[in-house]
Design a protein around this ligand. Structure first.
Ligand code: S3P
Length: 451
């Protein structure tokens, strides 16, 4: 089922060569944070390059419900925020659609204001664990009342007299880290978050940009992040960089599709996000970083990906997992076209994304003729080599945009077309996916598999 409307079956088939430039949309993580931090700032924050995917639009709607004024003129989003601790109580239930990032960050942002809000989402989001966020928020004094197992729909009663907290994040999750930091904004004194594995650091960078006093120290315990509560935020002008997680799709498509040569300009290579690109290079992919530069304090490059017929399976370092957590589905597709096994350990978190991503990919890959072994926190794809992957299957996208896009990419290079039962979820993060890939020469049609 599609999250917003009827299912949209899609089929992709032998394509290529893929050629041209792929201008992918704005970064989803930074887009959510721009809206939320803008809503917590008095004055006008201006944002260009915002991802206009459904996940981010749902966060914009939520920020309006908490009292911010948000409008778009031309290419610019204007946010007039209410200040740290200034959120109004929403009149209605907050529907975050498909977005774990949206709901978890917003819960953090409202948790230390004396207001009550009820959150819900689609079937995927309502099945995902929220205790990982509400447990640390309880330390501030926030109360939560959800369904069994800490699931949405859930009501949060913000702490009227919040206490700052010191919290060690038990799972590698930027969403949990960010929720605690956002809650810490309206608590007096220092809130400290410790993470053993480095996860994406957009919240830390952006909080500093808005004027918070925040520092990160690398210690024997891990990364210790200290945020001073009750800052006076200054409105910002934000240019959202393009999303490396969306860039992954045209990059991987070019690598597996004969004769391809695709340039994906302006991609952020923040080391907490860029793990996939180094993994592809380790597999022997012809992927280069051109025009390396710094923009807004972040490393940026134009990625050039070319067809790579001699990919080899590798052991993906477990310590790289957090920096490429959203990219494993499409990596598993590339692995199917490599010679030999690609083993991916340390990836338990994949089981609690928009879908159980190991399960969703393994089922579709097996149906397409590829052997996959799996355990609770690892999986192995047995590659067949270029030209040898049968395809000819319909995969269930399970309300998960990245599952749908991964199988569409796979179909460009399989012997028989690949289908998904519902490409609707693609619009949550990459609404121009079909037209962008089509412009490069890829064949994607809105229809199911041939009978
Ligand atoms: C995100 C963090 C990651 C990632 C998600 C975006 C963020 O989730 O998978 O797509 O913007 O903070 P986890 O925090 O669950 O790892």
């Amino acid at each position: 089922m599609s999250s917003h409307g009827d299912p949209i079956p899609m089929t992709s088939s032998a394509s290529g060569p893929l050629r041209g430039e792929a201008h992918v949309p704005g970064d989803k993580s930074i887009s959510h944070r721009s809206l939320i931090l803008g809503a917590m700032t008095v004055g006008e924050t201006k944002v260009t390059g915002l991802l206009e995917g459904q996940d981010v639009l749902d966060t914009a709607k939520a920020m309006r419900a908490f009292g911010a004024e948000i409008e778009k003129t031309g290419d610019t989003w204007h946010i007039h925020g209410v200040g740290v601790g200034g959120f109004a109580e929403p009149d209605n239930v907050i529907d975050c659609g498909n977005s774990g990032t949206g709901v978890r960050l917003i819960m953090g942002a409202m948790a230390t204001s004396p207001i009550t809000a009820t959150f819900t989402g689609d079937a995927s989001l309502n099945g995902r664990p929220m205790a990982r966020v509400t447990d640390p928020l309880a330390l501030f004094g926030t109360k939560s009342y959800g369904r069994k197992g800490g699931r949405l729909p859930m009501t949060l009663v913000g702490a009227a007299d919040p206490l700052p907290v010191r919290y060690e994040v038990p799972v590698p999750s930027a969403q949990v880290k960010s929720a605690v930091l956002l809650a810490g904004l309206n608590a007096p004194g220092d809130t400290v978050v410790i993470e053993k594995e480095a996860t994406r650091d957009h919240s830390e960078r952006m909080l500093a940009g808005f004027g918070a006093t925040i520092r990160t120290e690398e210690t024997d315990e891990g990364r210790v992040i200290t945020l001073q509560g009750r800052p006076e935020f200054k409105p910002q002008t934000i240019i959202v960089p393009r999303d490396p997680s969306s860039a992954a799709f045209p990059v991987c498509a070019a690598i597996i599709t004969e004769g391809s040569d695709v340039l994906v300009p302006n991609i952020g290579l923040n080391p907490t996000r860029a793990g996939l690109f180094f993994t592809l290079q380790d597999m022997g992919a012809d992927l280069t970083f051109e025009n390396m530069r710094e923009e807004g304090g972040e490393p940026v490059a134009d990625l050039r990906a070319r067809f790579s017929p001699d990919l080899k399976g590798i052991e993906v370092p477990a310590e790289r997992a957090a920096s490429m957590i959203d990219e494993y589905p499409v990596l598993s597709v590339v692995a199917a076209f490599a010679e030999g096994k690609t083993h991916m350990p340390g990836v338990k978190e994949l089981r609690v994304k928009e879908s159980d991503r190991i399960d969703a990919m393994a089922i579709g890959l097996r149906a397409a003729g590829v052997r996959v072994d799996e355990g609770e926190d690892w999986w192995t794809v047995h590659g067949l080599g270029h030209g040898n992957v049968p395809g000819g299957a319909t995969a269930a996208s399970q309300l998960d945009h990245r599952i749908a896009m991964s199988f569409m990419v796979m179909g460009f290079a399989t012997q028989k077309p690949m289908s998904v039962d519902d490409g609707g979820p693609i619009a949550t993060s990459f609404p121009i996916f079909e037209s962008l890939m089509g412009g490069l020469g890829a064949k994607i049609e809105r229809k199911g598999a041939e009978a």
